[in-house]
Write a protein that binds this ligand. Sequence first.
Ligand code: NAD
Length: 259
Amino acid sequence: MLSNKNAVITGSTSGIGLGMAEALARNGANVMMNGLGSAKENADAIDRVKSHGTKVLFSSANMLKPAQITRMIESAEKKMGSVDILINNAGIQHVAPIEEFPQEKWDAILGIILTSSFHTIRAALPGMKKRKWGRVINTGSAHSLVASPFKSAYVAAKHGLVGLTRTVALEAAQFGVTVNCISPGYVWTPLVKNQVADTARARRMSKEDVKTKVLLEAQPTKEFVTVEQVAEAAIYLCSDNARQITGSNLSMDGGWTAQ
Ligand code: NAD
């Protein structure tokens, strides 16, 4: 479905970004991956995406460095011929009350989630508009719509990402380019899976209770979102049938933000 399309996915060496990279490659797209994982983590992730048979490139650009971000997009355009699909997915989290929130964490979270998306879009959009086809997908979060205490930077960055999404969607609307957010609730990633046993021991609860009463307290389905579900939503947004979906924020949060 996406053969002849070239994609750049930030933060694609693990978790959701890696799932999206695999899904895009499985659907025929060439992919430039990116992330700050260890050499082994990056190599394993690249191998997984390469196994689908399309061209796979890797950029170690740090999403806090505007010049590196611009070079990543330029290099993708040069080596693959175009950037047709851009997925802004890199992200980090820090949890602390606002009075104690370290300024460098605030800067890093806003920088990696929000400002890097400004830079990637700014660099990739001219080519998309010229070719009259493009898909920009920003990984939001339930926290793009609602807040939780102690996550000021993350909530501000994800809310800001929705504003950026809507603005660029309007600017690109008549050029065949759509710009959307996918906003997952709690996603079942290895990182989350690994926490369950420890938390169960610490709280003297069953693993099932940890999932439903601790991790999934806010999620009415009491089920995790899977990486595959998020990746398939991205594939749909890349399809021609999704041409009229732009400026939207697609919630995939088991009903969290319906409350
Ligand atoms: P993850 O930690 O598995 O992956 C994060 C990726 O970002 C990694 O590839 C990492 O190397 C990369 N990264 C971090 N800092 C970077 C930097 N400075 N420059 C370049 N790359 C950098 O996390 P994940 O759970 O897959 O999260 C991916 C996105 O999904 C994030 O934007 C996150 O906010 C969002 N999200 C996650 C969940 C969840 O429950 N896991 C829920 C909602 C939204």
